[in-house]
Write a protein that binds this ligand. Sequence first.
Ligand code: BGC
Length: 753
Amino acid sequence: MKLDITYLMKNLTNEEKTGLCSGEGFWWTKAVERLGIPSIMVSDGPHGLRKQADASDHLGLNESIQAVCFPAGSALASSWDRELIGTLGEHLGDEARAEKLHTVLGPAINIKRSPLCGRNFEYLSEDPYLAGELSASYVNGIQSRNVGVSVKHFAANNQEYFRMSTDTIVSERALREIYLAAFEKTVKDAKPWTLMCAYNRLNGTYCCEHEWLLKDVLRDEWGFDGIVMTDWGAMNRRVEALEAGLNLEMPSSNGVNDRRLLKALESGRLSQETLDHSVEELLRWIDKGLAAEPAIDSYDQEAHHAFARKAAAECAVLLKNENNMLPLAEDKAVVFIGHFARAPRFQGGGSSHINPFKVSNAVTAAADLPNVRFAPGWGDDGEQADAARLAEAVEAARSAEAAVIFAGLPDSFESEGYDRTHLNLPACQDELIAAVSAVQPNTVVVLHKGSPVLMPWLADVKAVLDLYLGGQAVGEASVDLLFGQSAPAGRLAETLPLRLADTPAYLNFPGDSKRVVYAEDIFVGYRWYDSREMPVEFPFGFGLAYTEFAISNLQLSAAAFAGEPITVTAEVKNIGERAGKEVVQVYVAPPAGKTARPAHELKGFAKVELAPGASQTVSFSLDARSFAYYEERIADWHIPSGDYVIEVGRSSRDLPLRATVTIEGKPLPFIHQDHTTIADIIEAGKGAAISELMQQMEQVFGGGREEANADAAVSDLMRDSMLLSMPIRSLLSFASLGDDFEDKLKRRFENEV
Ligand code: BGC
């Protein structure tokens, strides 16, 4: 089926056109039967399908069809694996087609500004480069199956507190470098069919009616040619939103806003051209999904479950493994402790909540192992202490050869809709880990949670395996990992802090009920911890393997950057005894300068699988953006001159290989304004125009003094500093320069190249 869009645009009435601008039911667009425009269905996302056939809601309250629950975004990002995420996208695309879904509402790629955001379990990373690379792979995967995505939530929606109305106050630089960058990458590299605008306001304007965001940046700069839909219930002023580039209101306003559009059109407030343009984009989107012929009627659920199991291991981050505690020998007497061993927490609550067709657990998955026992340890809700269960667990641990505690956050501790207020595990779990590790030296903690937790017992346990929220096959995956059938291959996509008070947004999260100020600006995640040289529990990018790797032989294709991308290569070798995967990471550290920049930023990564003794050369490409920051004064990316250090290694705190790239950047263009200072003029290379003036001024301020004593040094410094920071116009107060002095100076600037 194909729509004849030119014909349709000629024949649709304005009532039908405005009707198409909002949904019907909870998940459908409206049909125009007389012209053959079908109603199409969208559905959450992002890590599985939440197709609701009957009662519908956007909070995951009502039942959805059975589907496959893959690892959640927080886990997926820890894979650092573009290929894996691309395959996940293909699987989701196949499922969506089998379920007759046109567009999947995901990926959710908001940046993890604070570990307290209730929805971080769904989001990917604190780093926009990593989030953007993975998101583009996800989108390419799904869309290769002719199923659309809705990349969400655009933009700067990084908390749940008053998420539908709060005003995010953030600089343009932080937006460009941190909060928009992953969207930019996804739009440019994967051409998503749709984007979902966020609920919140952005610097005073609701995202749904934000012309700068939806038109200037998204469409004009990035070349987006799909449609923008609202998050569910995010519409504010319908006419302004349409004019700003918002196509589809979801789920609907029960006709109210359609009529508002019609009235605005009739009164001349809204132009026919604006409405037609938007409707044409909508029809093109609808049409894309209709091309997916032949229809797929089913998919192999078991094969997708097997993929989910493999993916969970790829995402698992081994945080500690003293004396190679893991993997465990299969005949070891081991006790699994904690109710998550029997009922794992494998996904989060809210609109991403999947109804999995089956869920595996570690106790059942280990049933064939001869010496594995189980003790629940605490209450089945994960929160309540239970003295009898605690005593039983401690006794079981004492008499075993190793204890594996399946700990983590219960559902009530993190969810869409509300934020966390602390980083602790439930007290009963911390107590049990302390009690068990006191009697059993071989204690392993397996974590199930979507965001960072504090680990007061870290020094007392031998190993920590972080599964995040590993999807419906996490039970089998955890046993595979613990006993070495698979190897943990994840790396942290976010920093694990030592204290909540250390986190970048600590003083400004979540703001008051009206607004939140992103005062930490660009210093988010490791950009904050590393620039401030703060200790952390585990750094961004960190993760161990069951083997060891050596990274060596860093080479650059050029020692200077002049516009052509630089190729960076390094060799990685498995120097251990087991097969495994390493994630080689490339960071760029800028030269010191007047503009504050992060100590370094991730600009490349590659995941490689190597047999023992094998090695491989990995290569990365650094382009202009790898060196640039967003300079608000010129409203563009800018690369200052200097030496940039290319750092290669395995986490933001373990970068043993270094090389330098020299850049002769362009100076910032000089614009003479009434606050232009002498320093601005010198920095812009316009010194010649004022050299004569400077000499005069030095005389006025006591230059040319002979004595070289300490006092003179201080006053010279003072004079120079004051002179440099003085606006040009103020010079008139200190020397007789004539009425036309500023004009003359301006002419000289213009003549000076
Ligand atoms: C969420 C979206 C979701 C939508 C539909 C909203 O509450 O923020 O992520 O796609 O509901 O369920």
